[in-house]
Design a protein around this ligand. Structure first.
Ligand code: ZN
Length: 303
């Protein structure tokens, strides 16, 4: 006879749980998730949230200790950030609600970043500043020397580390390679066939030629690797191709070939959205000395 891992009573021969107990547990977890999400995104029931989470937990065989409740609240905030990311957007209201939630429940950045959600919130706060508030945050160097020589008329927005740079190279010795199928570029990277369509190239492949740092400013993409450094003006890029783990670009020149920055999927998503936000701004006002940094803006409406 086995005991139910939820209620502790006998569950019958070779059984580890009662179906009803397991269902109650799952229902409880879902209710906690929903309560946290509503509070974090819309402020609904935020004052009673800890009590509510504790009560749901206690009735659903979930640990209802203070530590466990705090953990659920932090996890709920992370899920809310992800939910806000679903529409690739963080509205001012959502940002305020998320800030109120973390202040009210005393959740620190470290605790909220266990699943990387605080970093994601910083990213989304940058997009919010650019697209919702028309604000360019002052880039905080933190003693860091930028590997790029910026123009006076631009501001650094974000630096991505460990970015692979890939270029298309034509390999004449392998003529006649088939097009129109997915090109396996490298481990984990699939270039869309449409990136090649309509181009009379006998055989193409895209090669990893350098690795380094990518910077995005209000005007350019900068790249600094071991062998190559360059900047591309955003307006001189005619197409952006988002891939599973990278961003492809095509420059506006007659001899342009596909280029790609390979980076993690979230970074690629973020980079493309920064570009989109910057290029949609009517007039870019550069921040003056003492203007708010991104971290100031992240905490702006913290109560
Ligand atoms: Zn049971």
């Amino acid at each position: 006879m086995g005991d139910c891992k939820y209620c502790g009573k006998s569950a019958g021969f070779l059984r580890k749980e009662h179906k009803e107990c397991e269902a109650a547990y799952e229902r409880g977890r879902e209710m906690i998730r929903e309560s946290c999400l509503e509070a974090a995104l819309y402020g609904i029931g935020i004052d009673q949230l800890p009590d509510r989470v504790r009560a749901i937990a206690a009735s659903a065989y979930i640990d209802s200790s203070a530590a466990s409740v705090a953990q659920s609240l932090a996890a709920g905030w992370g899920q809310a950030v992800e939910a806000a990311m679903e529409d690739h957007f963080l509205s001012n209201e959502e940002k305020r609600a998320l800030n109120r939630y973390r202040a009210q429940h005393n959740l620190g950045a470290g605790q909220l970043n266990r699943g990387g959600h605080f970093s994601l919130f910083r990213m989304m706060s940058l997009l919010n500043a650019l697209s919702e508030q028309g604000l360019v945050p002052r880039f905080e160097r933190r003693g860091l020397r930028l590997p790029f020589n910026l123009m006076k008329s631009e501001e650094m927005l974000w630096l991505f580390d460990g970015v692979d740079y890939l270029e298309e190279v034509t390999q004449r010795e392998f003529r006649g390679g088939s097009l129109g199928v997915s090109f396996r570029v490298a481990k984990g990277v699939y270039l869309r066939p449409s990136a090649f369509r309509g181009r009379p190239v006998a055989s193409t492949s895209i090669q990893h030629t350098d690795s380094g740092v990518l910077g995005i400013t209000t005007k350019h993409i900068y790249f600094k690797g071991q062998r190559k450094s360059f900047r591309v003006r955003l307006e001189k890029i005619i197409s952006f191709d988002p891939y599973q783990d990278g961003l492809g670009i095509m420059r506006d020149t007659a001899r342009a070939k596909p280029e790609m920055f390979r980076m993690d999927a979230t970074d690629a998503w973020f980079l493309l959205n920064i570009i989109d936000a910057v290029m949609s701004m009517d007039a870019i006002k550069l921040p003056k000395a003492g203007a708010p940094t991104l971290d100031d803006l992240v905490d702006q409406d913290l109560v």
